[in-house]
Design a protein around this ligand. Structure first.
Ligand SMILES: [Zn+2]
Length: 322
């Protein structure tokens, strides 16, 4: 297909790539996470620092309690490498996202812009997802159960913290981090989409942006699920269909509830996004009956997560004022 992989056949990402990634994430941290407005909302004086974890050989991201009210978000180097490679693969092998980009060997620059778009959608989202674990009190909740509240405690994406096969509390917290993380990520998209649409699609058509944005998370959630299965990790996250469902709901809420995406109404968006989802699942070999069943199951699962979270009484662990 289109991408010339000979340019990238190396396990090492270039220094420039690392610099770009780090700069992008730092900018997001300073604009969306570490700002005066947010800092005023914490119950206590709180510090959250972002780091790329160079040393770990695990494909992972984590939220860490360093000490009281002091946290770190770490995204592992190997996770970023995996996302980088996968972003090229998606653009090269899947026609669904970024249909305006011709999959042609002579079109390297556009192909790479498309792969970069995927990469940054995903990294931004992971950042906001980890941040959500921290501010929603998930780390402190588990640390308190493990009696490790006053020492460094790491909430890892790929490790379950109990011996249960399916840890419903853990999965419910993952659901909640998805819900809030998606809101923050979409909030960021809402600020940049016009500029991005102009340069990337050559026209300010919000429906193109929304479809590609939602599609990109179908690929991400499937990748993360497959990676966890390959590593035989315990079931710690909701099913990809549940995660997509949460993401789509957040998108529709943002379209309805704010002026961020002014040129599209919620009903139109719902139809366009649902069709994109169906196309994705069909491409993955699932028929419409499976899609309908999985959607119903996602709805049921999410009700279960909400119930579980209510029972967990996380309020005292939340970092933000009510
Ligand atoms: Zn998580």
């Amino acid at each position: 297909m289109g991408i010339d992989f000979s340019l990238f056949h190396s396990n090492q990402l270039s220094v420039e790539t690392w610099k770009d990634i780090f700069k992008n994430v730092q900018e997001n941290v300073s604009v969306y996470i570490d700002n005066e407005e947010i800092n005023k909302k914490y119950k206590n004086d709180t510090s959250i620092v972002f780091k790329i974890d160079d040393l770990s050989d695990k494909v992972n991201a984590s939220a860490i309690i360093i000490n009281e009210f002091c946290y770190e978000i770490r995204i592992g180097r190997r996770l970023i490498q995996l996302l980088r490679e996968y972003s090229w693969k998606v653009i090269d092998q899947h026609p669904a996202p970024f249909q305006h980009v011709k999959r042609d060997k002579d079109n390297q620059e556009e192909l790479h812009n498309a792969a970069d778009a995927l990469l940054y959608f995903w990294i931004d989202y992971i950042l906001f997802h980890e941040w959500s674990h921290i501010i929603l009190g998930h780390c402190d909740h588990i640390a308190s159960k493990n009696e490790s509240l006053f020492e460094e405690f790491q909430y890892e994406e790929n490790n379950a913290d109990t011996n249960n096969d399916r840890d419903i509390e853990r999965i419910s917290m993952e659901y909640e981090a998805d819900k809030f993380g998606s809101r923050f990520a979409i909030g960021r998209l809402s600020v940049i989409w016009e500029k991005w649409a102009d340069s990337f699609y050559g026209k300010r058509d919000v429906s193109l942006v929304l479809v590609d944005y939602l599609l990109s998370f179908h690929y991400l959630f499937d990748l993360l699920e497959n990676t966890a299965n390959e590593n035989k990790a315990r079931k710690t996250h909701p099913d990809p269909m549940d995660r997509v469902f949460v993401f789509k709901t957040s998108l529709l809420e943002q379209i309805e509830g704010s002026d961020s995406f002014p040129t599209i109404n919620e009903d139109t968006a719902n139809v366009i996004l649902s069709l994109a989802s169906i196309a994705y699942w069909n491409e993955s070999g699932k028929d419409n009956e499976w899609i309908l069943e999985s959607n119903n199951k996602a709805f049921e699962n999410i009700n279960g997560y909400v119930e579980c979270l209510d029972e967990m009484e996380l309020e005292s662990f939340r970092l933000m004022k009510a």
